[in-house]
Design a protein around this ligand. Structure first.
Ligand SMILES: [Zn+2]
Ligand SMILES: [Zn+2]
Length: 483
């Protein structure tokens, strides 16, 4: 351990790890570079964004039989969200990184330069990379920007520092190729949980609420910054909103909600279930945060609806409603051990490729844990097995796997406490179509009354009558169908 005084404010700065080259003064936020037994002030580091993480500097735990404590952190932002990389120091003075993204955790250790790594610019999701005799598939390739840091770190980072990383998976194993400093560095590890790490000195929800002003994960309401309608989201978890009233895309990862994009071209879509609906599944309360309507890009008539469900302790799951009925979908943390275009093996069971198609998001409303946007295209590959269905979803930057099981409509109805029977299979009709007849009726009415308006002395009275009649035509057509 090395202690020194901050050259800027005189506060005590501690380097716990001999490998740390940089520390951020906790009193004045100066970035201090360590050089032998002196420190140089490199200017101020931006404060980390209050992000609802349960981890903090000083959190202790145990991984693979070794005790650790968290000594530093960098916060990274990319176009679809924010995550933390916590620098972890073990009792034997080795170190690791604990990545923390919306309540999902990965522990990796630095294995040094990866001479056989592909060039970053040529990397694509699904490409293969062999490590330790295992074939890994890349899950995502991204460039992120450092937005803040604290504590001590093993390399120099600052404002504008860019992380170029590619993650790959094989079963439950995980690796990252990090190109931030030029030649690739290899980090290998696994998905972990805070319980599995026996973490202590975590931030309690009440403490997070004190600094963030909100309880992490609990449903919060804010006024849409575009139209003022109330929006519900899960603070720190599902922070990308699409306003159900005006369709604006709103980001609330930061302290204040920000409009990313407006969609004035969209009209309201009625779905069987809506954001805010609550369900009790196997005794646990879930609420619907977001709703998406998708269609096959090459067959617009084939439509389905996806509902994002959230529980504070369990995280996310999906319900899908299509012409084939209802399905419950879980995103997989552990990937298939092996997969090709024709088949996949998952936990020893065989699955065979059934359908391949491109899906387009046609409508979105509510809160999501990524930036859901109308027009987004995802390539879907469905694999069928004796034990349900596996699905691979791919975008240009990312792939993911999920597993789905059919659920009877009656069961879904029970979960949501619906008295009337839910549709067994979704109809393909567009329920927003009543608006057009109303618009045509109003135009016809105005045209019909035009000669009278021009001739009459009491044009004001006619205008008022027409206004009321127009409203009566418009109102039932524009109203959301309620149960
Ligand atoms: Zn200082
Ligand atoms: Zn709005």
């Amino acid at each position: 351990m090395y202690r020194t005084a901050c050259p800027s404010c005189g506060g005590e700065v501690i380097f716990r790890s001999a490998a740390s080259v940089m520390a951020v003064c906790e009193y004045c936020r100066s970035t201090l570079l360590r050089d032998a037994d002196t420190v140089r002030d490199q200017g101020k580091m931006s404060a980390v964004l209050e992000d609802y993480s349960r981890i903090r500097i000083g959190t202790a735990g145990n991984w693979k039989g070794k005790a650790f404590s968290v000594v530093g952190r960098i916060q990274l932002r990319y176009d679809a969200g924010l995550w933390n990389e916590w620098y972890v120091l073990f009792d034997d003075n080795t170190a690791a990184w604990l990545a923390d993204a919306s309540g999902q955790y990965l522990m990796t250790t630095d294995l040094g330069p990866a001479a056989d790594a592909p060039v970053f610019e040529n990397l694509r999701p699904e490409q293969r990379y062999t490590h330790d005799g295992k074939s890994f598939a890349f899950s995502d390739v991204r460039t992120a920007r450092c937005t803040g840091g604290e504590g001590e770190l093993p390399f120099k980072v600052g404002e504008g520092w860019e992380a170029k990383v590619a993650d790959a998976r094989a079963g439950s194993s995980f690796l990252t190729l990090d190109y931030s400093d030029g030649p690739a560095h290899l980090y290998v590890g696994e998905a972990v949980t805070l319980e599995g790490l026996a973490c202590q000195l975590l931030r309690e929800p009440e403490q997070i609420a004190e600094t963030a002003g909100r309880l992490p994960g609990r449903p919060n309401v804010l006024d849409c910054p575009s139209c003022g309608s109330p929006l519900t989201y899960a603070a720190g978890m599902a922070t990308q909103l699409v306003c159900p009233a005006c369709h604006a895309e709103v980001d609330c990862t930061g302290d204040k909600a920000e409009v990313l994009k407006k969609h004035t071209e969209l009209s309201h879509v009625v779905t069987t279930l809506s954001p805010g609906d609550e369900a009790k599944i196997d005794g646990i309360k879930w609420s619907i945060l977001g709703v998406m309507q998708c269609a096959e890009r090459d067959d617009e008539s084939s439509q389905w609806t996806e509902y994002l469900l959230y529980n504070t302790n369990r995280g996310f799951q999906w319900l899908v409603e299509s012409s084939e009925g209802w399905e419950r979908v879980m995103v997989l943390d552990d990937w298939p051990e092996r997969f090709t275009a024709e088949s996949a093996t998952f936990k020893g069971k065989e699955f065979h490729n059934l359908y391949n198609y491109a899906a387009v998001v046609r409508y979105a409303a509510g809160a999501f844990n990524w930036r859901a946007s109308v027009g987004d295209v995802t390539w879907i590959a469905d694999y069928k097995g004796a034990d349900g269905k596996l699905t691979k979803e791919a975008t240009p930057n990312e792939i993911g796997w999920s597993r789905s099981m059919p659920v009877p409509a009656q069961q879904v109805g029970q979960w949501f406490g619906k008295k009337e029977k839910l549709p067994e299979a979704a109809s393909q009709a567009d329920e927003g179509s009543l608006l057009w007849p109303a618009v045509i009726a109003i135009i016809v009415m105005v045209l019909f009354n035009l000669p009278m308006l021009i001739k009459s002395d009491d044009s004001e009275g006619i205008w008022i009558v027409m206004f009321i009649a127009g409203g009566l035509l418009w109102w039932p057509a524009s109203r959301k169908k309620k149960d």
